[in-house]
Design a protein around this ligand. Structure first.
Ligand code: NAD
Length: 363
């Protein structure tokens, strides 16, 4: 599998997003967010999404150059409508306002509804952590058929509802970012496995008959299977809470049948942003955070493990490696990108000229 250099890949994606109607600034932000997801090791939330995004623009279920509307501004609470704009733009705008409000009031609750796909939710946690804030994010996903089966069920009822908590670093630069799908694996990872023709890990999927399977194809055939939650009933419980908080409380809509048919990817997100200064002593918080992190990481590694990590570390390691070695892109993903580029007037030769193969990864 060829590894593509991040810089060239971003140039291609930027051109594609611009070709689909975004202004250069929006295209820059969207492409940077997607390529960063690949660099962080989350191919599920990287450039393979671009053909789907462009299709959604064409079908008018994703609005280029849209911005948030603040619908309610009452003390610590900000309710916003994303106008089905690019989540990469809407998410950043919402966090910016939320961070400013938390700096004033100590805490901000940002209820964001009706935005197109917010991508990697960790990006929003990292933004808060960079501003010195703790943030908690609950997200649901509607606008298409449900993907994940409730615990004990044998058919899908909701999406891969991500959950994220980000904690700023005591010494700058290395926040703890727990950012995860509540399904055993993210849907994009099922697609990546399908594209690569490989099996998914055990316990990730059930077939249309409810029996466990490792075949990612069950999520792409007419008679569909379902994904399973991580952690059995516990992951299911967290997914349901995310569905209710972001879909019902935020008023974005839950994954009921009437919200499944729009052929888009709509995220709704409840974010709680806390200024550590407003809770107690920030210096105590930072000192204790540094010490507990070091203590946890000092645990003797298990057999076959190099070192104990904290959430956020794997992504930081991946950025270094993929920044140096390039981003592996399987043939299906590349061909889908090229096909999509052509629909916005970029030829295969032009795409190849923008990008550079800098290495390879064994399939
Ligand atoms: P994952 O399983 O790769 O990682 C989950 C978390 O575990 C991360 O915070 C990671 O840092 C941490 N982690 C991994 N290995 C670790 C280790 N050895 N020690 C300590 N911590 C470790 O992530 P995922 O569940 O596949 O999710 C991938 C991405 O998909 C996330 O960015 C998520 O926000 C995104 N997502 C988005 C949507 C959406 O609708 N926008 C839906 C689902 C998922």
């Amino acid at each position: 599998m060829p590894n593509i250099g991040a810089e060239g890949l971003q140039k291609l994606i930027k051109k594609m997003i611009e070709g689909a109607g975004s202004d250069p600034e929006e295209a820059e932000q969207v492409s940077a967010n997607l390529v960063k997801a690949n660099l962080m090791g989350h191919d599920s939330h990287g450039v393979h999404l671009v053909p789907r995004y462009i299709e959604n623009v064409k079908n008018k279920v994703l609005q280029p150059n849209a911005h948030i509307t603040v619908e309610k501004d009452s003390g610590a609470i900000l309710q916003m409508h994303g106008n089905m704009g690019y989540g990469q733009i809407i998410g950043a705008e919402a966090m910016e306002l939320g961070i400013a409000r938390a700096a004033e009031t100590g805490v901000a609750i940002v209820a964001l509804r009706h935005t197109h796909h917010l991508g990697r939710i960790g990006a929003w946690g990292e933004m808060c952590a960079e501003a010195g804030m703790v943030s908690i994010h609950y997200v649901n996903v509607i606008g298409h058929l449900p993907l994940v089966s409730p615990f004990g069920g044998s058919e899908a009822r909701y999406g891969t509802n991500p959950y994220c908590t980000a904690i700023p670093s005591p010494n700058g630069g290395k926040p703890i970012v727990l950012d995860m799908a509540t399904s055993k694996i993210a849907m994009g990872k099922v697609k990546v496995a399908y594209n690569r023709g490989i099996e998914v890990p055990e316990g990730s999927l059930i077939g249309p008959n409810g029996a466990p399977t490792r075949d990612p194809g069950v999520m792409f055939r007419e008679e569909r299977g379902a994904q399973l939650s991580f952690g059995d009933h516990k992951g299911y419980g967290l997914a349901l809470i995310a569905e209710i908080l972001s879909g019902a409380l935020v008023n974005g809509g839950t994954c009921l049948p009437e919200n499944q048919t729009k052929n888009t990817i709509q995220n709704n997100m409840l974010t709680i942003i806390i200024d550590p200064d407003s809770v107690g002593s920030k210096s105590f918080f930072m000192q204790e955070l540094g010490e507990i992190t070091d203590y946890v990481k000092s645990a003797r590694p298990a057999q076959g493990v190099d070192q104990v990590l904290v959430p956020g570390d794997p992504e930081r390691i991946s950025i270094v490696n993929r920044g140096r070695d390039g981003i592996p892109l399987d043939n299906t993903t590349w061909n889908e990108l090229i096909g999509s580029a052509q629909t916005v007037g970029i030829s295969e030769d032009a795409a190849k000229n923008l990008t550079e193969i800098v290495g390879s990864t064994p399939d």
